[in-house]
Design a protein around this ligand. Structure first.
Ligand code: SF4
Length: 166
């Protein structure tokens, strides 16, 4: 299906298929014509849902819970290799403190973002998230990059779907 046809479908409120989404995702970043069409369709939908027009924001905070990482991206100045003396894993109490500070200024969202730490067991993540939700039931957890999820798969030996379920 052409990009035009997919965007017409979207603007008409029809549900897009996985193939449609992949087709849109693959629009070349240098193709200004197609990119502008995508932007126009997105703007049309935004105005449809919010004719006021009002744009809203949430207050969120990034919590970099560990900088140990075994992915070694060349551009990254944040990570430290496993065992490095400058590496850290924040304690749960430190993480709770950061979340409380966020809540105290009206924050509603936490982004947990760290390195791919091979020494953290899968239960580290599930226990931590469970404890956070117990203490902060109203906070939205918007957390972990695909690389971190992949590391969780590696350390747990679980399939991807099982990682998400837990
Ligand atoms: S995975 Fe993240 S933390 Fe690790 S090296 Fe790459 S950018 Fe840095």
């Amino acid at each position: 299906m052409s990009i035009d046809a997919i965007l017409e479908k979207a603007v008409a409120g029809e549900r897009l298929t996985m193939d449609d989404a992949v087709r849109l995702y693959e629009v070349d970043e240098n193709d200004e014509v197609q990119l502008n069409k995508l932007g126009e369709a997105a703007d049309t939908m935004m105005k449809k849902w919010h004719p006021e027009p009002i744009t809203t924001f949430v207050i969120g905070r990034n919590v970099n819970y560990t900088n140990f990482c075994d992915t070694y991206c060349r551009f990254c100045a944040f990570y430290r290799p496993p065992g490095h003396e400058e590496g850290y894993v924040l304690s749960d109490e430190e993480i709770f403190k950061k979340i409380q500070e966020t809540v105290d200024v009206g924050g509603t969202e936490i982004l947990m973002q760290g390195g791919t730490n091979p020494n953290l067991e899968f239960s580290y993540y599930t226990d931590l998230l469970r404890n956070i939700k117990q203490r902060f039931p109203d906070i939205t957890m918007h957390s972990f990059s695909p690389a971190e999820i992949y590391k969780m798969m590696e350390v747990s030996g679980l399939a991807l779907k099982k990682c998400y379920k837990n």
